[in-house]
Design a protein around this ligand. Sequence first.
Ligand SMILES: *Cc1c(COP(=O)(O)O)cnc(C)c1O
Length: 378
Amino acid sequence: MLERIPFNRQNLFGPEIRYIEDAYLRNKVSGDGFYTHWCQSFLEEKFGFEKVLLTTSGTHAIEMAMLLIDIGPGDEVIMPSYTFVSTANAVVLRGAKPVFVDIRPDTQNIDETLIEEAITSRTKAIMPVHYAGVSCEMDLIMDIAQRHHLSVVEDAAQGINAEYKGKYLGGIGHLGCYSFHETKNISMGEGGALIINDPTLKARAEIIREKGTNRSKFYRGELDKYSWVDIGSSFLPSDINAAVLKAQLEHLDEIQTKRNVLYQRYYNSLSGTEAHSITLPVVPNSIVSNAHMFYLLLDSLEQRDSFISYMKSKNILVVFHYVPLHSSNFAHQHLNKYHLPTTVENAQKLVRLPIFFSLTEGDQKRIIDEVQFFFTNN
Ligand SMILES: *Cc1c(COP(=O)(O)O)cnc(C)c1O
């Protein structure tokens, strides 16, 4: 049997352990130390963001965003059902209600033409999720939000370094959320970042992230003591994790170049297989993807099941993705009923191929050969 090809693999770039050691030598391994500040400044400068705060996860960045825009009982937040559970949980945790909108069949992103009819007098925000690091139709979404006085929080958990009309994802809405989970392009194990584009939210974001205290101001010497001033929690990661993130961010361009090569090789090699019932991912004009994911849309759930089994028999791990949130047990018990045909259909047809920094050309060719074999013989 040929060696197993995992779905994802971590990569150490070299200086990670030395940076962790250095954090100890600096005698500051809790939050907001040297490495946290380095990473925040790097993201602000590289992407031209107003303000970035590292968080303990992408999930926590979204929860902070909901606190910052004062989501509360009775409020509604519009989002796709085809997303990770954290997008919706952040809303439910505030006693508010996620409202699900169907996705576009091409990008798996929220269908911008269906957003306006989902708005009610209770709607407070829209949360576009940039699936696979391919941007939602942000001009339209920002325009709808402006006309209805809504906040826009981008779930850009998968979107680092990706662009929409020359702007980096996460930097377009009022707030943006990144994830540095091990499955994402850039990883610190568990971690994330909140991007604050609306300057009026900056001061409160620091307070909410520091347990509702003004400790950040105190550390900067702007106060002689700190105290409890607002609600909040502990959303700041240890500087040990930030040390790992620094090493990864230093290789951002290299990681992105490699992922783009892998993406293009999949795309070019599998284009010919389209005749055999595979649909390849679509990146609309004026959008630059970050090659976070390479997925195929197959004909049916049955075909996908047999494809996943076939690849497994060849020791290659390919995986499906979200179970739509509106069809979850939680939603059945607590939320409205929805009819979201594209979400249901594509969730059953979508399968993701391995794409990670250390995937070799040889292993990728092995994957491509098996995909082609399956679809020309089935
Ligand atoms: C990964 C992800 C999250 C959660 O990020 P964590 O860092 O794992 O908490 C949220 N939303 C989307 C769309 C994601 O892909």
